[in-house]
Design a binder for this molecule. Structure first.
Ligand code: RBZ
Ligand code: NIO
Length: 363
């Protein structure tokens, strides 16, 4: 199994810098002041580096929604009971969750994966990759074994590879797992040393007492296991979640397949950080969709060096922010493919036939 994760990591290469340069040169010929489309230009350049081409498009796209349960819920860290995880999986499969609505609008498939729900689930649309029936309570024992964390990463990579073989070329991460903002905060602090006061937030909406208890719970788990921050699999096994490890596998595989991967909110961000620590080049394939209301997300994005595209005060997960950002990926692709150049439209560019203004005067 270890061998498989290391071969996955070894198959990830840096993006194509010459395609990025060519994309910038193309953007600067388009009929607009250089840089005036802001982050859309940065996105177009990133997509060129990932695909190796100045122009790209992603007609087939999917959001992978990984579902798993969390033993730490018995400590009272979520406003909702664990059974909501399985109930929401049913909702995803019936097309009624927020991510389904937003994915339909963005023409994206929803791939719902049971990687660790605590009950048996059956549905023709469900991708069954169950590694175990929920994690153990991290304050009492490791959330899972190292072998289980590795199996979850590999399962995520398999889901991405299967989707790729059906033509999917743009991935979005999503998740469902009551208690997973606790596990994500523990993973984030375990990987970075950032204090739990910064990584722990209210998740589904716990009150002040709940927040204090949640911080203490994550502190206890980290103190008990002392996970090795330089070993992401150790951190995921001791204080992580099955869906978080699974998403790390999706992200690694997307990078190995040279596909862009849109990273959703806080939980997806924790998975992205684990993938980045396993294979630093992976971050070049990531697009951060939005900044979550969960306070740790800002710090997570800073660790990854990623700028979020959207500021919408969202705090849902499921891949909802991620699928919204698909529209921006489509926009960046269309700008590259369809905008006229100064030459083709016969428009004077900044320096064309224009006497430069005297020194010190505005143009
Ligand atoms: C009905 C419902 C739908 C959701 N969809 C995503 N989450 C989000 O909330 C959960 C994390 O928050 P915590 O750590 O506080 O439990 C995850 O399942 C996440 O995806 C939901 C939560 C609920 C209740
Ligand atoms: O940002 C997220 O992914 C998030 C935040 C709160 C609750 N669930 C998910």
């Amino acid at each position: 199994m270890n061998q498989t994760i290391s071969s996955l990591v070894d198959s990830i290469a840096p993006v194509d810098k010459s395609a990025e340069e060519a994309a910038l040169a193309h953007l600067n010929q388009l009929t607009k002041p250089p840089g005036s489309l802001g982050k859309l230009e940065g996105l177009a350049i990133k997509l060129a580096g990932v695909s190796g081409k100045v122009m790209s498009s992603y007609p087939k796209r999917a959001v992978v929604v990984m579902a798993g349960d969390h033993g730490v819920c018995e400590e009272g860290v979520s406003a909702f009971p664990s059974e909501v995880t399985a109930q929401m999986v049913g909702n995803f499969l019936n097309g009624g969750a927020a991510v389904n609505v937003l994915a339909r609008q963005a023409s994206a498939e929803v791939l719902c994966v049971d990687i660790g729900v605590q009950t048996d689930l059956q549905h023709p649309g469900l991708i069954s990759k169950k590694v175990r029936y929920g994690t153990a309570n991290m304050v009492k024992e490791p959330a899972m074994t190292r072998e289980e964390a590795e199996a979850a990463i590999i399962a995520g990579a398999e889901v991405a590879r299967d989707a790729y073989s059906r033509g999917i070329r743009l991935f979005v991460t999503g998740e469902m797992g009551i208690g997973n903002t606790t596990a994500s905060a523990a993973v984030m602090s375990g990987l970075t040393g950032i204090s739990t006061r910064e990584s722990v937030g209210r998740g589904t909406g716990i009150d002040d007492d709940g927040l204090r208890l949640k911080i203490i719970t994550v502190d206890r788990a980290l103190e008990f296991h002392k996970p090795n921050g330089n070993d992401p699999v150790d951190v995921l096994a001791k204080v992580g979640g099955l869906e978080i490890a699974g998403l790390a596998g999706v992200i690694l595989a997307a990078a190995a397949l040279r596909c862009p991967v849109i990273i959703d909110g806080f939980i997806s961000g924790a998975a992205a950080l684990a993938a980045y620590k396993l294979a630093p080049d992976t971050v070049q394939y990531m697009i951060a969709s939005h900044v979550s209301q969960e306070p740790g997300h800002v710090h997570l994005l800073k660790e990854l060096g990623l700028e979020p595209m959207l500021h919408l005060d969202m705090r849902l997960g499921e891949g909802t922010g991620g699928v919204l950002a698909i529209h921006l990926v489509d926009a960046a692709c269309k700008i590259m493919a369809e905008m006229a150049t100064f030459a083709s439209a016969g428009i004077s560019s900044a320096s064309d036939g224009d006497t430069p203004p005297p020194e010190g005067e505005p143009r």
